[in-house]
Ligand binder design. Structure first.
Ligand code: FAD
Ligand code: DLZ
Ligand code: SF4
Length: 523
């Protein structure tokens, strides 16, 4: 592939930057472009590929999707300047590549779409001050809730709860709404019908695998060569890398998988990384799919009688509710949000998160999926790796770094509030009213992992006791003054108090023993 594109015949109007996660033709940056005089700039740069230790599949997915998008733009008649990672002239930062494009093309201005990470927004602000031509910031119109809409909703409230935000979004977009203004089916939320414990024989449905073309093969070679120490396994590589392929993934999900999404939403089964989840987040976040088209496809499947209401509503809530709510939180509370450590957790991230080497079958499984696929589903992220980090008191900044690195769908706007807020309860309760702490009992109920584990989920003390048990009680005891008044926790503290002094002391010293083993790499 050519590293740079042709220069327009006359004076260049605007250089328009498209980031790796902005691969959407409906963004103003492309819709307002003049095909005669403007140049679209896309750049693979080391600074972005290394600011955390990204999974190699994430890098390959983004580079391949970028290159395919650039080809599609060229076919549509745009002038595209595409800078590959191995271009000897590449300055290896986005700001450096914008400056180089300005030096080479002498445009009248530069335009960027608001990026999804605070640090890039700051970098573009700094660049604006030094660039020889004006830099215009364009909005990211792919989201369903604008910053202004979120602020208008949030300003009226003391605490921000996703459920109430979601109802407003349902009304705004008329999704699963009846003409009389009532929610379809009479209820806003059908979670009570979802989330069944798994049958241990549960098998995930067949998933699509996309054929690798020359572009993807070249990217895989590049990533193999340039990121030999990257996290995770590069091949096999099954990702969709074009909008057409991502739409096939969406169609397959709606037709064959969504009907069972609700029932199995919280289930975890050994050797089944995907179960009934959509696998759409990487495509949605990179811009290959739009959130509204996904919600509308799910609603249409329900209205045609193909999908039950509990599944359609539960799925739509994740996108129209959680995803938009999380983004609203990020931009409302940054940059301070990233500094939160509300539970004063100071334990460094243990190496087992990177290596997957642990006797805990549930952690081994979740990290193995992560290494293999740059994916694990929500309950593994929240109730296995997230829950362990919470109850073991791992440092939020380290945990944030890990989640931002290891998943193909990870960008700070979505990863940070999920990690700091939802999983670690480090934000003082902005995202969630209660910590998602759970013992081995929960994991045993919702998975078949414990059957194959060195540890016993029924024991809290002793060599074979499940680490989640003692760490769970120790977490609650450590933070009693903070959580005792939480209306959702009194029964838990009543159980703790009933245990008796000796048992409580044994459990707490067992928790310390687990932490020592964790530090020594033998947990
Ligand atoms: P499905 O289960 O099929 O859900 C459908 C869609 O709903 C997803 O594709 C996603 O777009 C959206 N969604 C569901 N839950 C959330 C949520 N809590 N926040 C935002 N969107 C949601 N999601 C990311 O996209 N990027 C991340 O970096 C990310 N980091 C996370 C870190 C932690 C600690 C936790 C607990 C969750 C994180 N999530 C993140 C949310 C969620 O786990 C993933 O969106 C989901 O697992 C993606 O898989 P899927 O597409 O199969 O989702
Ligand atoms: C994650 C990522 C990677 C690995 N590489 C690039 C890149 O080379 N060029 C680029 O434009 N963007 C890349 N990205 C995405 C950005 O780092 C950043 O996370 C998002 O653009 C935030 O919206
Ligand atoms: Fe995880 Fe404990 Fe079950 Fe082992 S016994 S799989 S550590 S919950």
């Amino acid at each position: 592939m050519a590293t740079t594109g042709p220069k327009p015949a006359g004076r260049v109007g605007a250089v328009r930057l498209i980031l790796a996660d902005q691969l959407s033709s409906r963004l103003p940056i492309l819709m307002d472009a003049d095909k005669q005089s403007d140049v679209i700039l896309m750049a693979e740069v080391m600074a972005e590929a290394t600011y955390v230790r990204h999974h190699v599949k994430k890098i390959a997915f983004l580079f391949s999707a970028m290159r395919h998008f650039a080809e599609a733009l060229r076919r549509a008649g745009f002038n595209v300047r595409y800078v590959t990672l191995d271009d000897p002239q590449n300055r290896q930062t986005l700001s450096g590549e914008i400056e180089r494009a300005v030096e080479c093309l002498a445009p009248q201005c530069v335009a960027v779409t608001e990026p999804g990470e605070w640090r890039l927004k700051e970098a573009f602000k700094a660049l604006e001050r030094t660039l020889s031509v004006p830099l215009h910031n364009l909005p990211d119109t792919r989201f369903l809730c604008s910053h202004e809409r979120f602020a208008a909703w949030a300003e009226k409230r003391q605490s921000l709860r996703m459920e109430f935000f979601y109802r407003e979004m349902r009304r705004d977009y008329g999704i699963l709404m009846e003409p009389d203004g009532q929610p379809t089916g009479g209820k806003w939320n059908y979670d009570a019908d979802n989330r069944q414990p798994p049958n241990p024989k549960l098998k995930g449905p067949r998933r699509l695998s996309f054929k690798k073309d020359d572009i993807t093969r070249a990217v895989l070679d590049l990533v193999r060569e340039r990121f030999p120490d990257g996290f995770g396994v590069l091949e096999p590589f099954h990702f969709a890398v074009t909008r057409t392929q991502a739409l096939r993934e969406l169609k397959h999900f709606i037709a064959d998988i969504l009907p069972d999404f609700g029932d199995h939403q919280d289930a975890m089964i050994a050797g089944e990384p995907y179960l009934y989840h959509s696998l759409l987040s990487a495509y949605l976040n990179a811009g290959l799919l739009y959130p509204l088209e996904i919600c509308q496809a799910a609603e249409a499947a329900y209205r045609q009688g193909h999908v039950p209401l509990n599944a359609a509503e539960g799925f739509i809530r994740q996108i129209l509710g959680w995803r938009e709510f999380i983004r609203g939180i990020y931009w409302r509370f940054m940059p301070g949000y990233a500094q939160h450590n509300g539970l004063d957790a100071q334990e460094p991230l243990p190496w087992l998160y990177w290596s997957g080497e642990t006797k805990m079958a549930c952690m081994r499984e979740a990290i193995a999926h992560t290494r293999q696929h740059a994916y694990s589903h929500h309950i593994q992220r929240l109730m296995i790796t997230g829950n362990f980090a919470l109850i073991a008191g791992l440092r939020p900044a380290d945990v944030h770094d890990w989640y931002l690195s290891v998943y193909a769908d990870a960008y700070e706007w979505v990863e940070l509030p999920n990690t700091l807020g939802m999983a670690l309860h480090a934000d003082g309760g902005i995202v969630g009213s209660k910590p998602y702490a759970a013992s081995g009992n929960y994991i045993n109920r919702m998975s078949n992992y414990c059957a194959d584990c060195t540890y016993n989920p029924k024991l809290s003390v002793g060599e074979s006791a499940c680490p989640f048990n003692a760490l769970y009680w120790d977490f609650l005891a450590r933070h009693r003054s903070r959580f005792a008044g939480n209306p959702r926790l009194p029964y838990v503290y009543a159980t703790w108090d009933k245990m008796g002094e000796d048992k409580r002391m044994n459990i707490r010293s067992q928790a310390q023993a687990h932490l020592r083993s964790m530090r020594q790499g033998s947990l």
